[in-house]
Design a protein around this ligand. Structure first.
Ligand code: GDP
Length: 320
């Protein structure tokens, strides 16, 4: 990308998109094209086609998606598959037809089989059954990356696909029902501390293992790959480190300063038992994450406690 290139960041109001915009600006990219959901509904073909035909972005970061935690994925299954399929199908095709030079797609670590060997290498894609709680989302993301791969193979369209692990950071969604575990627990412990409550409930058994990547690291990796990588193989983006949910809860409680205890809500699902990415492909390309988990949670908590979350988008990046 040149500093003056026309760069469209789809989903710039969400967690990943807003971090990519910050990183692009920090690196001096001055010609960013941003559209709110109200200005451009990426699930409508007429709107997407008209936008790409008139603006003709040279580079596209596709960070728009309907996203959410285990509960949102599990209960709003139809919305998750419909909107993600549409956003990807419409934008990939319109970008290709309107002369976009390169497009980056954001996938997810949930595309890998539920019981894949750990850590998960890129080649484990489609080698087994998916986790049920987020299968519609995962199927949509797999369709997107396969569509990108097919456009590269048949038309020579330069697409790259990143598979980030569980993300967190400023701009996250702290909604109690719809959020992912890390922002959800920051909010629960913070509210409990303010209310002087004795207990906080942790969903599921607390034994699942998860990997967490600060979104500023994802943004760094996205620009690095946009500028240095052009290949059909998908690329995992994570830290290569994991933590049990119950240990994550203890860490967040300590950072937030909650002195009470936790109780288990076994009525809520665990999801995949383990989801750790193998990041050797990314490392071999020359990129490493920088932000440690405690440091990242601390700064995210400061951002949340300062009251910024009220202004950030709700748990969907793209809604209807
Ligand atoms: P997942 O990675 O797709 O399973 O999504 P989540 O980040 O929503 O959940 C990760 C794990 O944390 C699951 O085992 C949840 O049951 C568990 N968990 C514990 N407490 C919470 C909570 O308050 N919110 C959420 N979203 N998950 C929680």
């Amino acid at each position: 990308m040149e500093k003056q290139s026309r760069i469209f960041v789809a989903g710039h109001g969400g967690l990943a998109g807003s971090a990519i915009v910050r990183e692009l600006r920090a690196q001096g990219y001055a010609n960013l094209i941003l559209r709110s959901h109200a200005e451009l509904d990426l699930t409508r073909q007429d709107a997407v086609d008209a936008f790409f035909a008139s603006v003709r972005p040279e580079y596209v970061f596709l960070a728009a998606a309907r996203v959410g935690g285990i509960q949102a994925n599990n209960t709003r299954r139809a919305e998750f598959i419909r909107e993600n399929l549409l956003i990807q199908a419409l934008t990939i095709d319109a970008a290709y037809r309107n002369g976009t030079r390169k497009m980056l797609l954001m996938g997810s670590s949930c595309i890998y089989p539920r019981l894949a060997p750990q850590p998960m290498k890129e080649e484990y894609l489609l080698s087994g059954y998916l986790e049920q709680t987020n299968e519609p989302y995962a199927i949509a993301k797999i369709a997107g990356l396969k569509m990108a791969e097919a456009y590269r193979a048949q038309y020579g369209f330069d697409t790259i696909s990143l598979m980030p692990t569980n993300l967190y950071g400023p701009g996250d969604n702290f909604d109690l029902e719809g959020s992912h575990v890390l922002p959800g627990l920051i909010r629960k412990f913070h509210d409990a501390k303010l209310a002087g409550a004795a207990t906080v409930s942790i969903w599921g058994s607390g034994t699942p293992l998860r990997e967490f990547l600060h979104v500023d690291d994802l943004a760094g990796a996205s620009l690095f790959l946009m500028n240095n990588y052009s290949s059909p193989e998908i690329v995992n983006v994570g830290t290569g480190r994991e933590i049990a949910i119950r240990d994550l809860a203890l860490l967040i409680a300590k950072i937030v300063g909650f002195a009470g205890t936790t109780v288990q809500d076994s009525g809520k699902p665990d999801g995949a038992p383990r989801k750790l990415l193998d990041i050797s492909r990314l490392r071999n390309l020359g990129w490493e994450p920088r932000i440690g988990l405690s440091e990242g949670i601390r700064s995210t908590y400061e951002w949340y406690a300062a009251g910024h979350a009220a202004q950030s988008s709700t748990y969907v990046t793209v809604g209807r």
